[in-house]
Design a protein around this ligand. Structure first.
Ligand code: S3P
Length: 432
């Protein structure tokens, strides 16, 4: 087991380059693999999850070159993948599993996907139900609605699917299968989830669009497609990774951090709205746009935060940031209430559980609820041993909490940060 010891600190100063966005990096490999031509990807995230996606597509005959400054995906076209001769190892990655299911459903060969213990216990019925109703043949090998999943050839039809969850992974799986269907496909979700698939598929030439309804629900639409065409993709910095350093800058007394090139797509940037509501001092600089994905440099200064309520349609735009928001709330004045976030229970760990237990162990006043948590701020945190339970986000969240604890903190299984942010501890050390 790898362990990190973190000492409290003050005055974090400096500039940080955030690694590439995980969601966009996955999609660049997947869409590049099923496009015609060579897709060039810069600022790709070489974290374990995205490397799982590369490995899976290589096993289906795609030549993917990892050069020092870019990735080249030599696409095979929509119908050019070949049968893998072993199980596709999806590692810890829900995005790989669920999005790839949509692509595999349209192939004329059989494949099997399996991952680690965490991945193989996450719910997959949410993609099996809509994809199978399109005509796919996806079965859970142990009959428990989890991976390993077997995908056999089927003839796909367009559907009009009402998704019970606002999930970009579910939406994307259906849209990708829709590329291979014999009619139009619609997916309506209870609130708009991240829209990277829609933006990127459109740039690859797909006929895809989306509509936000007045009641807050959202519908994405795709037409079947003859071929996709290779693109150049500049991956923006991952706001989910920036979130740890945004929190560090706001919470550690005397800090001022310039966090560069952060993706601020509105379907991802809910944490920035919450920071603003909590009274954070964050200035946006150097705003740009690449491939429909807006970015900015964020100048973050130590701030006196106050509690807030987070609920409803903002939740999908900050779902991965709720554990770090809980730490911010624990240091803020007053009460923070987080509701409508039951999806946290089916992430790499049950993050309602892993966040509240670890924060309570540090002395935080937090109680779990059925769909979120309630945090009473202003109680000093103290150092303890944190169990990451091999959840990358939990390891990083409590490494940041450790900076403001009264004494040292030990993070167990700290190497799991490699899933989304391999250089996290090097960056943290450099700032101290
Ligand atoms: C992701 C979607 C979200 C998010 C995950 C990445 C994606 O999951 O939590 O880290 O890349 O589409 P859900 O679709 O389950 O909400």
């Amino acid at each position: 087991m790898s362990v990190k010891i973190i000492q409290p600190t003050s005055n974090l100063r400096g500039e940080i380059q955030i690694p590439g966005d995980k969601s966009i990096s996955h999609r660049s490999i997947m869409f590049g693999s099923i496009a015609l031509g060579t897709t060039e990807v810069t600022h790709f995230l070489e974290g374990a999850d995205c490397l799982s996606t590369i490995d899976c597509f290589r096993k289906m005959g795609v030549n993917i070159e990892q050069l020092p400054d870019r990735i080249l995906v030599h696409g095979k076209g929509l119908h050019g993948l070949t049968a893998p001769n072993e199980t596709l190892n999806v590692g810890n990655s829900g995005t790989t599993t669920r999005l790839m299911s949509g692509i595999l459903a349209g192939q004329d060969f059989t494949s099997v996907m399996s991952g680690d213990d965490s991945l193989n216990s996450r719910p997959m019925r949410r993609i099996m139900t809509p994809l199978n109703s399109m005509g796919a043949h996806i079965t859970s090998i142990h009959n428990n609605n989890c991976a390993p999943l077997k995908v056999e050839p089927g003839t796909l039809h367009g559907i009009n699917y009402q998704s019970p969850v606002a999930s970009a992974q579910v939406k994307s799986a259906i849209l990708l299968a829709g590329l291979y269907a014999d009619g139009e496909t619609f997916v309506t979700e209870p609130a708009l989830s991240r829209n990277h698939t829609e933006l990127m598929l459109k740039s690859f030439g797909a006929d895809v669009s989306s509509l936000l309804h007045t009641d807050g629900t959202a519908t994405a639409y795709i037409k079947p497609c003859q071929e996709l065409y290779a693109q150049q993709i500049q991956v923006p910095g991952d706001i989910s990774s920036a979130a740890y350093f945004i929190a560090a800058g706001l919470l550690v007394p005397g800090s001022e951090l310039l966090i560069q090139n952060v993706g601020i797509n509105p379907t991802r940037a809910g944490i920035l709205k919450v920071c603003q509501d909590m009274g954070a001092d964050i200035t946006y600089l150097n705003e740009k746009n690449a491939g429909g994905e807006p970015t900015a440099d964020l100048l973050v200064r130590y701030s006196h935060l106050h509690g807030t309520t987070i609920e409803g349609s903002i939740i999908p735009t900050l779902i991965d940031e709720i554990p770090i928001i809980a730490v911010m709330a624990a240091c803020a004045e007053g009460t923070t209430i987080i509701k409508d976030a039951a999806e946290l229970k089916v992430k790499e760990t049950n993050r309602i559980d892993t966040t509240t237990k670890n924060l309570q162990a540090m002395g935080g006043n937090i109680i779990p609820t059925d769909d979120g948590m309630i945090i009473e701020g202003g109680v000093p945190l103290h150092g303890v041993t944190i169990q990451s339970h091999l959840d990358h986000r939990i390891a990083m969240v409590f490494s940041i909490a450790a900076l403001i604890a009264t004494d040292e903190t030990q993070i167990n299984d700290s190497q799991c940060v490699d899933v989304s942010y391999p250089e996290f501890y090097t960056t943290l050390e450099r700032l101290r």
